[in-house]
Design a protein around this ligand. Structure first.
Ligand code: AP5
Ligand code: MG
Length: 213
């Protein structure tokens, strides 16, 4: 089962992708998490990606596409995967489509987690992220057991650099300009499914399970 998560920054793509990965036994692949892990480890790729991410801009397609194609070629992706944050531009979607077509394969579902911009800005300030294992919390909706510490790996939780209100606004603009056109792209392919992302995260997940079966 090959799934793409679509939706604005903060819509809950990562939250839902992790639950899908667990229930259906496929890897959760987030290009944002891959970039953040590289930034944390001070790699060349991380340094390059950070220049764009801190401004709320997209990392150039050349860099992003290569990382993603390498990742999905891994053995653990044989039975499918859930992509979170990729594709984010039409050229990225086309590259993925071409790579899959060459393998006689295709995306099964593109799930759009729909949340209006007003809700997004409120959510982001409360998010806390673990840069070690990628777990995400929210100070009100999903607090960690002990404040500021990741339940899963015990590392310190941080407010992501790109979750500052000004940067969130840029990310939303970038989303509307460059990523939203993918909704039409996948609608045309007949694989788009939309869910209401404003309700409780368990209810969002129930709607997704209804679609995936
Ligand atoms: P990325 O890490 O993908 O960030 P994003 O798309 O901006 O999305 P977020 O991770 O911020 O939000 P999310 O939808 O995963 O929401 P979450 O589940 O955490 O990308 C970051 C940057 O990397 C990009 O800006 C770009 O620079 C670069 N990049 C990445 N991929 C790229 C690509 N393909 N091409 C080019 N550049 C790329 O939820 C948000 C918060 O809300 C959490 O606190 C959560 O607990 C809470 N929450 C979730 N669901 C609910 C709910 N139903 N009700 C209440 N609260 C909820
Ligand atoms: Mg995310």
């Amino acid at each position: 089962m090959k799934i793409i998560m679509l939706g604005a920054p903060g819509a809950g793509k990562g939250t839902q992708a992790k639950m899908i990965a667990e229930k259906y036994g496929v890897p959760h692949i987030s290009t944002g998490d891959i970039f953040r892990a590289n930034i944390k480890n001070g790699t060349e790729l991380g340094m390059e990606a950070k220049k764009y991410m801190d401004q709320g801009l997209l990392v150039p397609d050349e860099l992003t596409v290569k990382i993603l194609l390498d990742r999905v070629a891994n053995e653990d992706c044989k039975n499918g995967y859930v992509l979170d944050g990729f594709p984010r531009t039409i050229p990225q979607a086309e590259v993925l489509d071409k790579a899959l077509t060459e393998l006689g394969d295709k995306i099964d579902y593109a799930i759009d987690v729909d949340v209006p911009d007003e809700n997004i800005v409120k959510r982001m300030g409360g998010r806390r992220a673990c840069l070690s294992c990628g777990a995400t919390y929210h100070i009100e909706h999903v607090p960690p057991k002990s404040e500021g510490i990741c339940d899963k790996c015990g590392q310190e939780l941080v407010l992501r650099d790109d979750d500052k209100p000004e940067t969130v606004k840029n990310r939303l603009n970038v989303y509307h300009e460059q990523t939203q056109p993918l909704i039409e792209f996948y609608t045309k392919k007949g694989v788009l499914k939309a869910v209401d992302g404003t309700v409780d995260m368990k209810d969002v997940f129930a709607a997704i399970v209804e679609i995936l079966g």
